[in-house]
Design a protein. Structure first.
Length: 388
């Protein structure tokens, strides 16, 4: 039987997931990676484009962006395309680019189109092939802040969950609520998982190793649901017991509370800017552990980035985070919005190097070769592709 051709329509903000998955998946299935690039989507966690190439349409990725040669051998660059739009009136140019993509998908006879995010309005031409679509649902429900839960976001999600026939959900904790909210049939929603972001191991250039190591790390875009204020409150309590301990808060975005009092504390460092992937890798490598004090969540890419280096994470008991931490086997769990409980767990982990080591070993066993390795995830998704 001829192997089916799959078009994987990625997003630059999800390139850490996409590249890590495709590294294993392209060995099992005929998958072409198609990535959107426009002036508003040129920087992502794994790939950054200083400038958008002055072309509009669908192109071989290396034709416009030769710097992507660095991923040669990790993914199949012969099956790597970009949907590129450039210049003024970017929305209309992007609409034109996705109309071109529609004809490429038809002409090259892709039998399955795998999306990873509800299509933007300018991507709607691809809905012409909706019967061939499936979508990975990274966020079953919008995050609770103004930028993630707007009328346009809700409209896009409504179209996606009514027009696309098959879905992949990445955590079981929200499965039933997801099915009920969007009135979906269980047989049309498949279960999968996130693996660790192995692409980070391919980084050839990293920032110089900081002389100071063993700090606590928060990294990621600053948003209200990330719960940074509870981490900062907890860190004040940690400082009383571990006065030499440092916290680094790294990520772009606007804080929704006053951080000036915390800027005066020499044991807290803020890097309030976009963190490029080489710096991210260096920050994680040299940390003691990471903290995700989220008040609301589905999954967390930060946890998967930490697991690429087998670093333990303290996370809250929201959304799918407990699953990602093996319900406590891979890292400690704390209630959300509880700075005292968080401080207590941080102190306990700081004072117990053996526990840090055990968590790291468990992460390696599960995410490198176990059931949550990309090799195993890709195998299961390959079986789903064949069913469809």
């Amino acid at each position: 039987m001829k192997q089916q051709k799959i078009a994987y329509l990625g997003k630059n903000e999800l390139t850490d997931v996409d590249l890590s998955y495709l590294h294993s998946a392209q060995k099992l299935s005929d998958i072409t990676y198609i990535l959107e690039i426009n002036p508003r989507l040129k920087n992502g966690p794994a790939i950054n484009f200083p400038e958008v190439a002055p072309r509009t349409g669908v192109f071989k990725a290396l034709e416009l962006y030769p710097q992507l040669k660095s991923f040669d051998g990790f993914i199949d660059l012969e099956k790597f395309y970009v949907v590129n739009s450039y210049g003024r009136l970017w929305f209309l140019r992007s609409l034109l680019a996705y109309t071109s993509l529609l004809f490429v998908l038809i002409r090259q006879k892709f039998s399955l189109i795998h999306l990873v995010w509800p299509p933007q309005l300018y991507e709607f031409p691809v809905y012409f092939l909706r019967k061939r679509m499936m979508m990975t649902v990274h966020d079953p429900f919008p995050h609770e802040d103004e930028s993630h839960d707007t009328l346009i976001v809700r409209l896009r999600r409504w179209f996606a969950f009514h027009l696309i026939p098959k879905f992949i959900i990445l955590n079981k904790a929200q499965r039933e609520k997801f099915l009920d909210f969007y009135q979906l049939k269980g047989e049309n929603v498949y279960d999968s998982k996130l693996g660790s972001y192995d692409y980070m191991q391919t980084l050839h250039t990293v920032s110089p190793t900081p002389s100071e190591q063993g700090y606590i790390l928060f990294v990621g875009k600053i948003s209200q649901y990330k719960g940074v204020e509870y981490l900062l409150e907890a860190m004040e309590q940690v400082h009383e017991q571990f006065p030499q301990q440092k916290l680094i808060v790294a990520g772009g975005g606007k804080f929704h509370f006053d951080i000036e009092p915390y800027k005066q504390k020499d044991y807290i460092e803020f890097r309030n800017r976009f963190i490029h992937n080489d710096e991210l890798a260096s920050l994680i490598r040299n940390s003691a552990f990471l903290v995700c004090p989220y008040t609301n969540a589905t999954q967390s890419g930060v946890i998967m980035s930490a697991y690429a280096f087998c670093k333990p994470v303290i996370a809250t008991t929201v959304g799918g985070l407990p699953e990602m931490l093996g319900n406590g086997k891979l890292g400690p769990l704390v209630p959300p919005k509880d700075s005292e409980a968080l401080a207590k767990v941080m102190c306990k982990l700081l004072g117990d190097k053996e526990s840090q080591k055990n968590y790291s070993e468990n992460i390696s066993l599960v995410y490198r070769e176990g059931e949550l390795s990309w090799k195993e995830i890709a195998r299961k998704l390959s079986d789903i592709y064949k069913q469809l």
